[in-house]
Design a protein around this ligand. Sequence first.
Ligand code: URP
Ligand code: ZN
Ligand code: ZN
Length: 460
Amino acid sequence: MYIIQNGTLVSSERVWRADLAMEDGKITAIAPNLAPKPGDCVTDAKGCFVFPGFIDPHTHLDMNNGVTTTADDFSSGTLAAVCGGTTTLLDFATQDKGKSLKEALELWHKKAGGRSSCNYGFHMAVTDWNEHTRQELMEMISAGVTSLKVYLAYDALRISDAQLLDILQECRSLGLQIGCHCENGEIVNFLQRRELSRGNYGPAAHPVSRPAAVEAEAISRYAYIAGLAECPITVVHLSSAAGLEEVRNARRRGQTVQVETCPQYLLLDESRYLLPGFEGAKFVMSPPLRSVSDRNTLCQAVLDGEIDTIATDHCSYRFAGQKELGRNDFTKIPNGAPGLEHRPALFFTQFVSTGLLDPERMCALLSENPARQYGMFPQKGLLAVGADADITVWNPNTVRTISAANQRHQTDYTPYEGMTVKGSASMVFVNGILTVRDGVPVQTGAGAYVFRKCTSTSLR
Ligand code: URP
Ligand code: ZN
Ligand code: ZN
């Protein structure tokens, strides 16, 4: 038995002082002053918050984009995750065109199995919609995959509007969650060609080719089509005020729209693309970073409760040799940036240490809401007897500076280089196993596959 004493426990509704005991991977007791028995391990969490382990519902580990493979695989990515306080992530198994969902799922199980330090589950990215794919959806549910992602951008991934309607109808009838990458791919292609024809080859052309209107139009279309299917939807990695306005419009029409955004859209802005040389490539992700005004609007939306989950969209490429593939053509810069390790500290620093939000809200956005939305609650996302012992003991008093030199991501840079962050995970338990102490891994490979159920839970 392991007992965490004197901590301040956190749920989405309250904070309270109690001890917490765990055994065989489960929380076994929560009460003031639990008495240890001989042989029990006891640790003191005085002055620390005890959160249900943080959940990152949007990562891309060991993902090949057709040209190159992400710097982080499940081994390094999940280790970075636990060091930062994340105990479960949901990665995107991605169907290749001409291949089945089953093949994609088997491949992702091979990538993750036996090497993951945090728990992991999979969304299924559907890129080739046909009758066979339709038949496979039930199999996915039986295999614990209860959420899909579709893309409206990227030629190798995107589906048509008619396919989108068909998929949304299936999701509605089967109870699958659906998230969408909302950018109008045809317009992006056109604008990319236009920028290149104007001689704009550098990273500064990236946001020009993917303006906020491209996101807003896609969100609007996605929402209207979902309205036809009467299907609740999720917008992933929301980046712009214009996009948020389309979410609001759909909600005003009575639709259920859940929204995810990411630290990069809350902390960084498009001025990064104007950095000298090829530095801007480090920030090439889709959707791109936006204006300061967009960023402020999204931060206010977090404060106002319009955002449901904070994920990373961790999709890491090294600058040397990978981002550099697009040195002479911005359209060839691999899209994506690292962030998995830093999300809890970035969020705590920006919103909780400043007093803008309380720890309860952090618990909701980083743990309970993703657990509820994606069929893992109450096993995950909640400190309760019988729940999984995925626990992050959070010390609010540490101060450190993020740097590529001290991170665990396998990238030679971080978008957050030089940022001072407050708070860190002082102890992290995955399935009841102590995996990290004071930022240092003490056990690797403790993660397990998370078999998820369909949920009618809507966060709205
Ligand atoms: O640039 C990004 N975000 N790459 C990852 C794939 C995606 O669109 O989520
Ligand atoms: Zn996406
Ligand atoms: Zn993504």
